[in-house]
Design a protein around this ligand. Structure first.
Ligand SMILES: NC(=O)C1=CN([C@@H]2O[C@H](COP(=O)(O)OP(=O)(O)OC[C@H]3O[C@@H](n4cnc5c(N)ncnc54)[C@H](O)[C@@H]3O)[C@@H](O)[C@H]2O)C=CC1
Ligand SMILES: NCC(=O)COP(=O)(O)O
Length: 361
């Protein structure tokens, strides 16, 4: 970093980066992301995790990489908010196998990052992945990090928005999930006009404030094959989704609401906009998927190496890579850190926007 950049470092947003489950690829993708000097020029970073675990990861992976290129940041060269790990817990952590001990540590990192952010120490949090099953084993009964963030921030209305910029066309895919971590057989009951209006509010607000889109075009998915085929293949669309959309169109004249679109064909235009094989395609500003896999299969198919999960509705910025703990490849040095890098860049960008907005207000 140049001397001038160094002098201005206190003007940059200060982000906490949690290392996630210590048995997964979280520590590795954090060290890889921080080795990229362009990342560290966009924000100030404090890593929240156990120093000893980061040092172990660094030393182990250094032996794998023979290239002279700097692949990993050295934990001695960036600030760490150390959550010490006691000896008994440390002996239970095995890279590649998540368990109650690794779940307890990843929960402690997140809790600390949230508490410090609420006190104003950080403006945003980037979370490396945790395993929900390991949290459960450790006695923490949350469906995911999103719900912990919302609860501890005292927020009831929040949403899981995935953002990815195409490397082919620079088009941005934005996908909000109306429901998230619930069993498939509960989706239909969980979806209500009230829930949909709440998610639409959050989405429209984020498009305006975070992405500068005042009059967005938003596509809403159907639930059933062919959006129910007029009740023949499912009745949710006919019974409430279409009437709800009609009412929303009346209430929100500044927004173009398209749908319900049959869930299979809904992703054709985003695919064309992403890969650039139809330059005239009119893809939308955002897509509202009704359940987890309806939204995340296309996101991960197009953008697994770069999509970002961001929680909207919080009083601070939160982003995360789109992937999980990947226990199957942890410790091997082969984890791709691109999604983590994108998550840090987006958090820095959104934090700057949020704070300049607050300064104007
Ligand atoms: N934000 C978070 O904290 C998230 C956590 N998870 C958690 O992760 C755990 C494992 O979930 P899975 O469904 O197996 O998804 P996963 O994303 O961990 O792994 C799926 C596949 O992708 C590969 N993969 C994942 N990230 C990669 C990377 N950066 N570079 C190269 N290959 C990569 C893995 O090796 C595996 O073959 C679960 O406990 C789940 O709850 C899953 C998604 C997000
Ligand atoms: N599939 C997305 C996911 O698991 C994200 O969960 P979290 O950010 O709430 O931990």
């Amino acid at each position: 970093m140049s001397a001038k950049a160094n002098r201005n470092i206190h003007l940059l947003p200060h982000l906490a980066i949690t290392i996630g489950d210590p048995a997964g690829i979280g520590p590795e993708v954090v060290l890889k992301a921080l080795a990229d000097s362009s990342i560290r020029e966009t924000c100030r970073i404090t890593v929240v995790g156990s120093r000893s675990l980061l040092q172990q990861t660094y030393q182990k992976l250094q032996q794998i990489f023979t290239s002279k290129e700097k692949t990993l940041a050295n934990p001695d060269e960036f600030p760490i908010l150390d959550i010490p790990i006691d000896r008994a817990i440390a002996t239970q952590i095995t890279v590649g196998t998540g368990n109650a001990a690794s779940g307890a540590m990843s929960f402690a990192y997140l809790e600390e990052a949230i508490a410090r952010t609420r006190k104003g120490e950080f403006q945003g949090i980037v979370t490396a992945p945790i395993a929900k099953s390991c949290w459960k084993a450790a006695g923490h009964h949350y469906p995911g990090q999103t719900e912990v963030l919302a609860q501890k921030a005292g927020v009831e209305k929040f949403g899981m928005l995935f953002v990815a910029r195409s490397p082919h066309t620079s088009w941005i895919l934005r996908t909000l999930l109306a429901t998230t971590h619930i069993p498939l057989n509960q989706v239909s009951t969980a979806l209500t006009p009230e829930l949909m209006s709440l998610k639409l509010d959050l989405l429209i607000d984020s498009l305006k404030k975070d992405f500068g889109i005042d009059a967005p075009q938003i596509v809403i998915a159907g639930l059933n094959p062919h959006s129910g085929e007029q009740g023949q293949l499912g009745t949710e669309e006919r019974d409430w989704l279409i009437p709800w959309l009609e009412k929303e169109r009346e209430n929100r004249p500044q927004v173009e609401l398209i749908g319900p679109i049959p869930p299979d064909t809904m992703w054709v235009k985003p695919g064309q906009a992403w890969y650039g094989n139809d330059p005239n395609v009119d893809a939308a500003d955002a897509y509202l998927a009704l359940y987890h896999d309806q939204g995340l299969i296309p996101v991960k198919l197009m953008a697994f190496d770069r999509a970002i999960n961001t929680t909207i509705g919080l009083p601070f910025i939160r982003t995360s890579p789109d992937h999980g703990t990947a226990f199957d490849i942890a410790g091997k040095g082969i984890a791709n850190a691109s999604s983590m890098k994108e998550a840090i860049k987006l958090a820095a960008q959104l934090t700057k926007i949020k704070f300049s907005r607050n300064a104007i207000a």
